[in-house]
Write a protein that binds this ligand. Structure first.
Ligand SMILES: CC(C)(COP(=O)(O)OP(=O)(O)OC[C@H]1O[C@@H](n2cnc3c(N)ncnc32)[C@H](O)[C@@H]1OP(=O)(O)O)[C@@H](O)C(=O)NCCC(=O)NCCS
Length: 135
């Protein structure tokens, strides 16, 4: 597997149009930080993370989108691990996600299973969310 780099957005030049579309159309709040993910300098995915105050203990992975022709190559899994590292290094203890399929070909149930395989569990507080303790 080639090296994956996850970067803050500095410009949208040379970014895959599918990813630009997600960045422009995804909802966000003042806490949201957008990242673009590159494999060998080619943009393959984007991620949006809501950085809540660290005292809350969790951050929210608001969106993870791998562009359609780069799926099923292990990229999404690697990005998730990178995000868990980012969360840990910023002293968060938990990651929360609300799995919501952005692709009509991927049923929500499959998405939940995808996260489940990667250690995320349905939240006891809000069943529309999944979470993973990372410390
Ligand atoms: C959900 C999503 C992020 C997964 O990304 P991905 O890069 O395809 O994920 P991976 O490649 O790591 O895993 C996908 C499957 O491919 C398999 N896979 C991994 N490497 C592989 C390879 N080299 N060859 C074939 N299959 C492979 C994995 O085992 C996995 O199957 P599993 O779920 O049964 O374990 C991606 O499908 C996506 O962006 N979907 C649309 C956007 C969306 O709805 N996002 C959710 C917002 S919460």
């Amino acid at each position: 597997m080639k090296i994956i780099n996850i970067k803050d957005i500095s410009s949208l030049d040379n970014i895959n149009p599918e990813i630009i579309d997600r960045i422009k159309n995804g909802s966000r709040c003042s806490l949201t930080k957008q990242y673009v993910v590159f494999v060998d300098k080619i943009s393959v995915a984007n991620a949006a993370i809501d950085f809540y105050p660290v005292e809350k203990g969790y951050l929210v992975l608001y969106e993870l989108f791998v562009s359609s022709n780069n799926r099923r190559q292990g990229i999404g899994s690697k990005i998730l691990l990178k995000i868990e590292k980012i969360a840990k290094s910023n002293k968060y203890k938990k990651i929360i996600i609300r799995p919501k399929s952005l692709n009509k070909n991927i049923p929500e149930e499959n998405l939940k299973k995808w996260y489940e395989k990667r250690g995320y569990q349905i939240s006891k507080v809000d069943s529309s969310c999944m979470e993973k303790i990372i410390s």
